[in-house]
Design a binder for this molecule. Structure first.
Ligand code: ADP
Length: 260
């Protein structure tokens, strides 16, 4: 029952005859709509921090009292980080999308990647002191694109840290499950209501806009994960219970390599 769009053209075909040619432009229209929507979202996301920065900069033409300046400096820093994060995530997403034929022949040392990620995760958790547990099977490598896999796993781990209250538990797992590589991040965070799950990997979809922006979230993280995984014949599984926590996982089929 989907709406379809047709474009008609009258083509002359003999001296006294013409042909009516119809072209189905439904897909073209929908791509165009998605593109416009995306550009408008990006503009909006960038304009908000820019407005804040501009306001503070205008105010500081006359040097404010030191106490106010400290606050202005903090806010300007936060907004700059937010824009920087958004632009970086946009670049990552467009790089991943532009590589439909990602080179999957490289051997990726997942345990080494996850060991670096563990240190970064501890730094990001900082004073919030989450109980971070990394259960990583040694020697379990995969064939794939290192940058894309790193983007996928780090976005999932960073999200767990952002959306889990201080001192709660976050478990990251990487292991061989019956000949297939399994990656999972389980948190004891706020959880996500069922009606949101299907839309979470859409660009700029957020359960709570204000909250995500506050954590510096770009709204692109899970879209990046989805694209990176699709290049590895994999897809993201999300299980979540409101108030109890979430589990984000994926399988890497047949590309697993166990080093001796
Ligand atoms: P963001 O940059 O906003 O985190 P993402 O695409 O990474 O964007 O995630 C989309 C939304 O999914 C988030 O805004 C948040 O509402 C929700 N979300 C993602 N990970 C978690 C998690 N571990 N726990 C609860 N909610 C999450």
């Amino acid at each position: 029952n989907e709406e379809r769009f047709l474009e008609f053209r009258l083509m002359p075909y003999a001296s006294d005859q013409a042909m009516l040619v119809a072209r189905d432009v439904t897909r073209l229209r929908s791509l165009e709509k998605t593109r416009k929507h995306f550009v408008s979202n990006v503009s909006h996301e960038l304009r908000t921090p820019l407005t804040v920065l501009k306001g503070y900069l205008e105010m500081s033409e006359e040097p404010p009292p030191p106490a106010m300046w400290a606050k202005a400096h903090r806010v300007m820093m936060e907004q700059t980080i937010r824009m920087d994060n958004l632009v970086n995530q946009l670049l990552t997403l467009s790089r991943i999308e532009a590589a439909p034929d990602a080179d999957l022949t490289h051997l990726v040392d997942m345990p080494a990647m996850l060991s670096i990620l563990e240190q970064e995760a501890r730094a990001l958790s900082g004073d919030r002191a989450h109980q971070l547990e990394f259960l990583v099977q040694p020697n379990l490598w995969v064939r794939g694109d290192q940058d894309q896999l790193r983007s996928a796993v780090s976005n999932l781990v960073y999200n767990a840290i952002h959306y889990t209250p201080a001192e709660r538990k976050i478990t990251v797992e990487w292991r061989n499950q019956g000949g297939v590589g399994l990656f999972a991040v389980q948190d004891e965070g706020e959880g996500i209501a069922g009606e949101h799950l299907a839309r979470l990997t859409e660009r700029f979809y957020r359960v709570d806009k204000a909250r995500s922006r506050h954590t510096g979230g770009s709204g692109l993280g899970l879209a990046i994960v989805k694209h990176a995984l699709s290049h590895h014949d994999s897809h993201l599984e999300i299980e979540s219970r409101l108030g109890a926590g979430s589990r984000f996982s994926f399988l890497i089929p047949t590309r697993m390599v166990v080093l001796k």
